[in-house]
Ligand binder design. Structure first.
Ligand code: NAP
Length: 348
């Protein structure tokens, strides 16, 4: 199969940089257009990013000389798919304009996530939600990623929900500063500190897993029917969201049943051997003090959800800790995996 031309919208941001890094030498996608705001448009990517590139390794050669443009589908001729890491203030209208112009969108922004015929896609969790795309009226289709905090949580819940049913979930997040974008949280607010508020985050954490774990019916996605209570906190960690999760099950499993459900969990990305699919979507760490962002973040090239500390919960049934890479598994990596799945299903 030949490569298809893609654009990265919001290419200069935290998520955008990850797209640029992860799309280097991609076997299915060729980046031809990079888009950002009028502050960046007209300059080369290397020029704009010389002080803003914040991830390890150099800016990939293929992207350095591309002239940044505004995110306008009239400019991105020849592009079939756009990965969006746009700020939410602009993402809604721009992504709709691209879809109307026949360019498929895979978005990291919140704007279209809860529309009932827009998949909130996590490739291992709900590949069947792509079925609702045929009910979208625009020639380009919109697919979204979930919020980065709940991406790993939802992956960890998926095999448990399927096998044992879930009644309720409590979660407490410790979220990295890169999750707030660039330049994000001021140093004096976060260094040596914890901020127990992230605007809008708890609302997303309490609803988005329910859509991801939902079922499709008549071209719509019907949410899963349990309740989630979320506490979201910003902590002075650069990358990697850690979440403590407690679960009440419909049919309480044993410890070994939970561990077996996690270790045997695989999805279509693994079956199809998609380029960015980790061998195992979930890895359980046996050590009593893991997972930790510094030690475990790069597991499976940042695409594996690392869980640990499974133990009885005296109020609900079981509790554990989840770590996932917010700009890889929680954003650009998950979006690329979604696009790989769509490519292999001839949906692009
Ligand atoms: P960011 O670092 O602030 O980057 C935002 C991007 O949007 C930049 O490229 C910026 O371009 C562009 N932009 C802003 N206003 C624009 C406008 N009026 N017209 C065109 N482009 C505009 O944000 P981020 O952290 O990458 O997040 C991007 C999106 O992904 C957000 O919706 C966020 O909620 C979501 N998300 C983030 C994470 C994460 O871990 N960071 C994870 C999952 C989802 P300029 O540089 O030219 O201003």
């Amino acid at each position: 199969m030949s490569k298809i031309n893609v654009a990265v919208l919001g290419a200069t941001g935290s998520v955008g940089q990850r797209f640029i890094q992860l799309l280097e030498n991609h076997p299915y996608f060729q980046v031809t257009h990079l888009c950002a705001s009028e502050n960046s448009a007209g300059k080369t990517y290397a020029d704009i990013m010389k002080k803003r590139w914040k991830i390890s390794g150099d800016i990939p050669k293929y992207a350095r000389d591309i002239i940044i443009t505004l995110p306008d589908p009239k400019i991105t001729q020849g592009v079939k798919l756009a990965f969006s890491g746009l700020d939410a203030s602009i993402a809604g209208e721009v992504e709709t304009a691209f879809a109307e112009a026949g360019i498929h969108i895979i978005s990291n922004s919140k704007n279209h996530r809860m529309v009932e015929n827009v998949p909130l896609l996590s490739a291992e969790v709900n590949a069947n939600h792509l079925d609702v795309l045929s009910t979208q009226k625009t020639p380009g289709k919109i697919v979204t990623n979930s919020n980065c905090t709940i991406m790993g949580v939802t992956i960890s819940l998926k095999p448990l929900y399927e096998k044992f049913g879930i009644e309720s979930v409590m979660l407490f997040s410790m979220q990295a500063i890169s999750g707030a974008g660039y330049p994000g949280v001021p140093t004096m607010d976060i260094l040596g500190n914890v901020v127990p508020f992230i605007g809008g985050e708890e609302d997303k954490a309490e609803i988005e897993p329910l859509k991801c774990l939902g079922r499709t019916e008549g071209g719509k996605i019907i949410n899963a029917d349990f309740k989630i209570s979320a506490h979201c906190n910003r902590v002075p960690v650069f990358d990697g969201h850690t979440v403590c999760v407690s679960v009440k099950f419909k049919k309480k499993p044993t410890e070994s049943e939970i561990l077996e459900a996690w270790s045997s969990f695989k999805g279509e990305p693994q079956e199809l051997k998609l380029p960015l699919a980790p061998d195992f979507p979930i890895l359980y760490r046996q050590e009593e003090d893991r997972p930790q962002p510094r030690l475990d973040l790069e597991t499976g090239r940042g695409m594996t959800t690392v869980v640990g500390r499974l133990r009885p919960d005296p109020i609900l049934d079981w509790k554990y800790v989840v770590l996932s890479h917010n700009t890889v598994r929680g954003a650009a990596g998950a979006a690329i995996l979604n696009a790989e799945l769509m490519y292999r299903k001839n949906l692009l």
